[in-house]
Design a protein around this ligand. Structure first.
Ligand SMILES: CC(C)(COP(=O)(O)OP(=O)(O)OC[C@H]1O[C@@H](n2cnc3c(N)ncnc32)[C@H](O)[C@@H]1OP(=O)(O)O)[C@@H](O)C(=O)NCCC(=O)NCCS
Length: 144
């Protein structure tokens, strides 16, 4: 069964998303956790895509206030990329955000992922900038 699940901070499901984030997003760039980032984790929402109970994708949603959230740490298991998992997760999370009456998603997209977010209805704003040593674009999507 394929499903989008919310993982409570500190739960086993949350730890599975942390392992995925480390392996896909951090290790290839040699990144470590920053204290600033860690301090946010308990105040963020953590979502996972599960296939037959295995966590294959994840994303973090940070509330910014006034109906705006920041989407970050989106990652799909490499062997499962390009098969609609990322779309499924993002569309599932968007439904939850709309039900919660949130208005807008912002994110900083790696240059290599901009096309993915554009397919999901995000648009670039501003100029390219460098974050964690790689080119990024700020992107936004209005939910309602
Ligand atoms: C980027 C990522 C999240 C996309 O997830 P995915 O499961 O591979 O994507 P999907 O198969 O659901 O693709 C959804 C759509 O986006 C398109 N797409 C996917 N990745 C793309 C990319 N890198 N560039 C352009 N288009 C892309 C697909 O063709 C598909 O189009 P369609 O549904 O309209 O036919 C995933 O590849 C990943 O984890 N990459 C490594 C980590 C990363 O870069 N995370 C984002 C950090 S900002």
């Amino acid at each position: 069964m394929v499903q989008v699940a919310e993982a409570e901070f500190g739960s086993e499901g949350y730890r599975e998303t942390l392992a995925l984030r480390k392996r896909i997003l951090r290790d290839p760039l040699g990144l470590e956790w920053t204290e600033e980032e860690e301090s946010w984790e308990s105040r963020e929402r953590h979502f996972a895509m599960q296939v037959d109970n295995e966590t294959v994708a994840c994303v973090v949603i940070r509330p910014l206030g006034q109906g705006v959230v920041k989407l970050r740490q989106m990652a799909v298991e490499p062997a499962r990329q390009g098969r609609g998992i990322g779309r499924g997760l993002l569309e599932g999370v968007e439904k939850i955000l709309v039900a919660d009456e949130l208005d807008r998603i912002e994110l900083n997209a790696r240059d290599t992922a901009v096309g993915f977010y554009e397919r999901l209805g995000f648009r670039k704003v501003g100029e390219e900038f460098v974050e964690v040593t790689i080119p990024h674009w700020k992107m936004v999507k209005t939910l309602r």
